[in-house]
Every structure is written in structure tokens, then in C-alpha cells.
Design a protein around this ligand. Structure first.
Ligand code: DX5
Ligand code: ZN
Length: 226
């Protein structure tokens, strides 16, 4: 059955205990691990790089969903693919030519994602939607975990869903930032199916959080709410 997918963001995990936290969410039926890469230029903060992807790859077969918040994605696509990324998402607002980045990710053998920040209109990404596997609509300003969902995102997700369906595309819609059980329901209802959650999973009881969200998402089809 086609269902919604939870992608826990390890940005909110305890890095000293990363392996066991990943094993904990894996045991609860999670399918994706979301890895946020920041360069201190595209976004103000710094986070993980290639060695973290390699280490995580060694301990799990889950889909490694790498989100590049970096100014020059083209330069690093190959390295992230070799480190074990399954899917690589870059930002439309980065400085590289989107078509060149898409081709490089495909040639490296990974699924392709393209992302837009809250201030970027959905229309800007339309020309690329038939060439990518996933569009990531940021629901907070990229750069930090623990922010509140931006309500204007809901209309953008609905608009992307309408465009994808009207053009009979298979592109998945991913959302990232400020996900709670309430906002998860909202984004699913308007058409997102891959849901990134950081604080909601890794703060507090990780197993219990993952169980509740996997339950919520695996029981709902894309577009359906419990
Ligand atoms: C923010 C990152 C997110 C972040 C989400 O720039 O892309 O993946 O970890 O964190 P929460 O779920 O806490 O908003
Ligand atoms: Zn992210």
C-alpha cells in the first residue's frame, strides 16, 4: 500500500549516541533517515558533512535522504553519493545550475530532490518537477531545527500537489520544519507524503515518538487524514 513516509532528521539527535538513536527509530519501522548538511554560507549554521553520511551508512540499510543546504551542491554530489546517500536534495536557490545538479545526482546513481525556501514561489520549481523524484517544500527557514511551522506553507504544498496531479507527474512532495502531530496532519491533507521531523522524534522518548509518528503516517495514504 502507498503510505506516507516519516524521515527523522538527525539534526535533533544526540550525536554522541547517534548510532543507537538511529537503531531505535529503525526498530519502530522508520524508512528514511534525513541528514541535514549546512555550509555556514547558504544558511548561517554548520552541521554534518560527508564522514557522518559514511558512518551512518555502515550501520543501517534505511534510505539516507541527504538535504544539502549548501551554496555549491555540484561540487559535492559525487562525494555524498560515494559516502552512501540514496537520495540527494539540493536547493533551487543555490548558485549552481539546477539542470546540471539534477544530472550529476542522477549520474551518481541517487534519487533527486529539489528544495525551495519559504520565500520562493512554488512556480519557480515547476520547470524541474518532471526531472526530479521529490520536491522539498521548506516549512521553516532552513538552518535550524526547533522552529515553528510557517502557516503560509500549506497553500504552497496544495499548489504543488495540484500542479503535479494536473500534469500526471509522480514527483513526491516532502516537507521539512516545524512538524508536530497537528502540522503533520495538515501537510498530509494537502498533499505532502514524505514528512521530515527532527525535534518531534529525537527530543524526549525517541522510541515512543517514532512509534506514534510511524503509526500516524503508515495508517494514512497520501492525501488522507485520520
Ligand atoms: C532545518 C532542517 C530540518 C530540521 C527540522 O533547516 O532542514 O531538517 O532538522 O527540525 P524540526 O523538525 O525540529 O523543525
Ligand atoms: Zn532538512
Amino acid at each position: 500500500m502507498v503510505h506516507n513516509i516519516l524521515a527523522p532528521s538527525i539534526l535533533a539527535a544526540d550525536c554522541a549516541d547517534l548510532g543507537s538513536q538511529i537503531k531505535t527509530v529503525e526498530a519502530e519501522g522508520v524508512e528514511y533517515i534525513h541528514i541535514d548538511v549546512m555550509d555556514g554560507v547558504f544558511v548561517p549554521s554548520l552541521s554534518f558533512g560527508i564522514p557522518v553520511v559514511s558512518s551512518v551508512r555502515k550501520i543501517t540499510d534505511l534510505t539516507l535522504d541527504v538535504h544539502l543546504m549548501i551554496i555549491h551542491p555540484l561540487k559535492y554530489v559525487q562525494a555524498f553519493a560515494e559516502a552512501g546517500a540514496d537520495s540527494i536534495t539540493f536547493h533551487l536557490e543555490s548558485e549552481d545550475d539546477p539542470d546540471a545538479v539534477i544530472d550529476a545526482i542522477r549520474e551518481a546513481g541517487c534519487k533527486v530532490g529539489i528544495s525551495i525556501k519559504p520565500g520562493t514561489p512554488v512556480e519557480d520549481v515547476y520547470p524541474y518537477l518532471d526531472k526530479v523524484d521529490m520536491v522539498l517544500i521548506m516549512t521553516v527557514e532552513p538552518g535550524f531545527g526547533g522552529q515553528l511551522y510557517i502557516p503560509a506553507s500549506t497553500a504552497k504544498i496544495a499548489q504543488a500537489r495540484y500542479y503535479i496531479d494536473s500534469n500526471e507527474l509522480q514527483t513526491k512532495i516532502q516537507v521539512d520544519g516545524g512538524i508536530t502531530e497537528e502540522t503533520a496532519r495538515t501537510v498530509i491533507e494537502v498533499g505532502a507524503s514524505v514528512i521530515v521531523a527532527g525535534s518531534a522524534i529525537f527530543h524526549g522518548d525517541v522510541a515512543d515518538n517514532a512509534r506514534r509518528y510511524v503509526d500516524l503516517l503508515s495508517k494514512t495514504k497520501p492525501g488522507e487524514v485520520l
